[in-house]
Write a new protein. Structure first.
Lengths: 623, 310
């Protein structure tokens, strides 16, 4: 007599049904598609859809179907040629308002999409694209923090009229700056100075000591403060990169933190790495200053000394110009920028925050008729050779892009001209996406061609199909009816695994497909352990039903053991792995879970169904 | 169909000196090759540039090397992989972007064959390579330690634990040795495969040891040699069967999975073969030579929770 509790049947059926539902979207495959979105982030509407459809029809491009998904228009095509032609058409005619990106559209019916059922996204190795690994300069982030404290300290001491000789950075362990030293002249009031500094930030720790030149007050950042700054910098950079990547209009981009100081950027379908890297790593901003009209700029340029209160700049044509030292509006005070076109060529329409608007208002009111200059500042990181060693240096290029006479009083909004259209676009992007809190550098870069991706999918899927088919045939030949049960269980295992991966939206890569194939091996192993045990019991003369029970019970510890060891390996990989290796580890670990479930619960349910109940079983079909 | 219809009774224990000898020779060859030739580390670990390209007809490797050298790339490594039309070029680390590399190499390859197309460009910074080497080594060691810990808890006697540990060490060394001897590119996917192999190999050993424990339970007066032989013979059909089935899928992966998975599936094939061998011939024999007897398992068996039930 062989029994199996009803609730286990219900559980197995339910889980497999849910698995089938979630795995289903993967069966439909994908069409080459175009994703079109509004540059100003407004959602696409029926009217926009109609106009794009008309546009493409005019070029006799055949649209397979189109739909609006979370504010973006997705247009699917029958082949890649139409997709590329459509992209060029949209770029040529609608690039002012719309942004088009190559994408893949699932062929799954609309009702699946509407209830959130989606196919597994494909990894870069399977669809082609650009992979960038950025190293974030965390020391640079702490340096920036110290710099801003230094400025605050100077301001606070000047305002309180307390004398100090200098403020220098302190090197912590290993020569990394982690604090500031304020050196004081003889007879300075140390206590009052410390109190004034403390007001800058109450969380800072100060110690008074004596430097080389006399009395000094040291501020050293605590490890917790440094950690907080590093975390902030990394998170801020990730956010900024995410914003910038979104501006690229790539379909399904990924921006992730990796480890302590890295950020991964994955851009499916992108191939032009130089342009992308330039845009992602760039730091650009604007400053507004009054132009100096009293001194001769040419003289200053020749002597190399700017007169007091002025700073020497160069215009775009290389001619020198003197600007006042005081900044009317700094880059931090810009809240938004959009590139537009004006009668004088490309322009950026700029909005200021309250402080910037206030300063603008005050300055323009007092200086009507005087010239004001717009300075474009771009920071970049390039390699220079110092003593035969390559060192990264941050370099800043500043140029005056526009000098205009103030004709009236400005409020929080105005237009700047004098930028090339590329600069206007970049600047508006930079200002919108936020600045990078620490310098970043590309340390790893992979560009995978789209045809290689397709080739990889075909090979991986074929290996999976043929491997599984061979196992199915082998199991059925070797274990007869029990083999068919094992096959059903294997299929259920692959379905459940696919369902889990689809639910988690884990990207499938080629090693991931290898993971699925290995999981098939693990799942077969569990079944073989059980069946061999049953055969052994039968050989020992045990009755068929008792043999089944003993087979499952006695094989359990071996199955559990083998899964624990595979799990240890899977988790180790998960920890070290990045990218494709991690996707292998995820598949392997999840596969162990699903194979435990299907082989122990699923296969027992099926076999009990076949041989269970009170009827007498003379023989098992186990080969 | 059944390959093992009658119970087998191979005398594994009495021939163990032969197998020890074989394993020692293989391990020595592997270690010697690792020490002298080292591994052909992939760009994952060294940093550098790889470019994959396809030619319309069979690629002329020498012409590609000549063209690259003429263009100023010293000692380029060019391998033909996958089909005869696909090549992989390996260059030292550079600060150039993938696009710049693609542009230059494409120009060079087009001078060899106008129809050449570049499929993939990878640029890995040297610091990443060093870091991955460290983290891969750490992962291997961590996995081995975790598995040793698991073995120590699982088997109740150091004699079985030692047997399992030696068997587990045996397999990755042979995989490393083969990769060193054949100069196959050793990259991160191979490390993944090795970790999977360690899991697999232990799995077989665990099944055999489980049976040994069960046999000793049935009679404490039994002769250890007989018990070990019986245990291995009784689990032999299972050991072979699961490996045959796993091999079917891994060979499919090797033959059809394309060049990216070649190293990965190769490591799995070698590892699974070595693992099957070591769990049959090595692990139990080591335990026997450490003086394994029934009482080592029975003393603690009484305290052991019943884990033979689902």
């Amino acid at each position: 007599m062989l029994e199996y509790p009803r609730w286990k049947y219900v559980l197995v059926t339910l889980v497999v049904l849910i698995g089938v539902l979630f795995a289903l979207p993967n069966l439909f495959g994908e069409d080459p598609a175009l994703q079109v979105e509004r540059k100003n982030r407004a959602p696409m509407d029926e009217f926009a859809r109609q106009s794009i459809e008309d546009l493409l029809h005019k070029q006799s491009i055949v649209i397979k179907r189109d739909f609006i998904d979370s504010g973006r228009l997705i247009v699917a095509f029958g082949d890649v040629a139409s997709q590329l032609k459509a992209r060029d058409t949209v770029d040529a005619t609608l690039s002012d308002v719309d942004r088009a990106a190559l994408a893949n559209a699932s062929r799954a019916p609309a009702w699946m999409r509407s209830i959130g059922l989606k196919a597994m996204p494909l990894g870069l190795d399977l669809r082609g694209g650009l992979y960038l690994l950025y190293q974030v300069d965390l020391q640079g982030a702490v340096g920036q923090l110290l710099e801003s404290y230094e400025q605050s300290f100077r301001r606070a001491l000047n305002e309180a009229k307390l004398p100090f000789t200098d403020i220098t950075t302190l090197g912590g362990g290993g020569g990394i700056a982690n604090g500031l030293r304020v050196t004081l002249p003889d007879g300075a009031d140390t206590a009052a100075t410390e109190a004034a500094l403390r007001k800058v930030d109450v969380n800072l720790k100060f110690t008074s000591g004596s430097g080389a030149g006399g009395a000094a007050i040291d501020m050293v950042l605590t490890p917790a403060q440094i950690k907080a700054r590093e975390d902030y910098a990394l998170e801020q950079n990730r956010t900024t990169l995410t914003n910038r990547v979104n501006e690229l209009g790539v379909s399904e981009p990924i921006v992730q933190r990796q480890g302590l100081d890295r950020i991964i950027v994955q851009l499916p379908g992108v191939q032009n790495s130089a342009e992308v890297k330039d845009l992602l790593g760039k730091v650009a901003t604007l400053e507004l200053r009054l132009a100096d009209t009293q001194n001769n700029a040419l003289q200053a340029a020749q002597s190399g000394h700017a007169p007091l209160g002025t700073k020497l700049y160069k215009r775009e044509d290389g001619s020198p110009i003197l600007l006042k030292r005081e900044v009317i509006v700094t880059g931090d005070e810009l809240t938004s920028a959009t590139s537009t076109t004006s009668t004088e060529g490309p322009a950026v329409s700029i909005k200021l925050d309250a402080r910037g608007a206030d300063s603008m208002l005050r300055t323009t009111r007092l200086n009507v008729g005087k010239p004001m200059a717009v300075v474009y500042i771009e920071k970049s990181r390039r390699q220079v050779e110092v003593n035969g060693q390559k060192v990264d240096r941050d370099s800043t290029s500043e140029k005056v892009i526009n000098v205009a006479t103030i004709r009236g009083v400005f409020g929080p909004q105005f237009q700047v001209t004098g930028l090339s259209s590329g600069e206007a676009r970049d600047l508006s992007l930079m200002l919108r996406s936020g600045s990078l809190a620490a310098p970043i550098e590309v340390v790893e870069e992979r560009a995978i061609g789209p045809s290689l991706g397709q080739d990889n999918i075909n090979k991986g899927v074929r290996a999976l199909e043929i491997g599984m088919l061979a196992v199915f045939v082998f199991m059925a030949l070797y274990y007869h009816a029990f083999g068919l049960v094992a096959d059903a269980v294997l299929l259920a295992n692959v379905i459940l695994l696919t369902a889990l991966l689809s639910m988690l939206h884990a990207a499938l890569s080629l090693p991931g497909i290898a993971g699925i194939i290995l999981t098939v091996g693990i799942a077969v192993d569990a079944n073989v352990l059980i069946y061999e045990r049953i055969r052994e019991e039968l050989r020992n003369g045990v009755s068929p039903q008792a043999a089944i029970r003993a087979g499952f019970d006695k094989a359990f510890s071996a199955i559990a053991d083998s899964n624990v060891t595979a799990l240890i390996a899977g988790l180790s990989l998960w920890v070290i792995g990045t990218g494709a290796i991690r996707s292998f580890a995820i598949v392997l670990t999840l596969g162990i879970a699903t194979s435990m479930f299907t082989s122990l619960l699923g296969s027992r349910a099926l076999i009990t169904l076949m041989y269970g109940g009170r009827r007498r079983v003379a023989q098992l079909s186990i080969g | 169909m059944e390959f093992f219809h009658r119970a087998t009774s191979f005398p594994f224990m009495s021939t163990r000196r032969v197998w020890y000898g074989l394993s020692i020779v293989l391990i020595l060859i592997s270690l010697l090759s690792l020490a002298t030739r080292g591994l052909n580390l992939g760009v994952d670990f060294t940093g550098g540039v790889t470019v994959q390209a396809t030619f319309p007809a069979a690629a002329n490797r020498d012409a590609v090397i000549t063209a690259l050298t003429a263009a100023g790339y010293a000692d380029p490594q060019v391998t033909i992989f996958g089909t005869s039309r696909e090549i992989a070029i390996r260059l030292p680390p550079t600060k150039q972007s993938t696009e710049e590399v693609r542009g230059k190499i494409e120009q060079i390859l087009r001078s060899v064959d106008a129809g050449a197309t570049i499929q993939q460009v990878e640029v890995v910074g040297p610091q990443i390579g060093g870091e991955l080497q460290r983290s891969a080594t750490q992962a291997l060691i961590a996995t081995l330690l975790l598995i040793f810990g698991y073995i120590a808890v699982r088997f109740h006697t150091w004699r079985l634990s030692l047997g399992a540990i030696l068997a587990v060490l045996h397999d990755p060394i042979l995989v490393l040795g083969t990769f060193s001897l054949t100069r196959t590119t050793f990259d991160l996917t191979v490390v993944a495969a090795m970790l999977a192999v360690i899991g697999y190999s232990l799995n077989d050993t665990v099944v055999v040891f489980d049976r040994i424990r069960e046999r000793f339970h049935s009679g404490r007066r039994l002769n250890p040699v007989a018990v070990l032989d019986q245990s291995i013979n009784q689990t032999l059909s299972r050991t072979i069967m699961t490996k045959v089935v796993t091999m079917i899928v891994v060979v499919a992966l090797y033959a059809l999975g394309g060049p990216v998975l070649r190293g990965f599936s190769e490591a799995l094939i070698i590892g699974i073969l070595a693992g099957t061998y070591s769990s049959i011939y090595i692990s139990s024999a080591v335990a026997l030579d450490c003086g394994l007897r029934a009482e080592h398992l029975l003393a603690t068996a009484a305290k052991k929770p019943v884990d033979d039930l689902p």
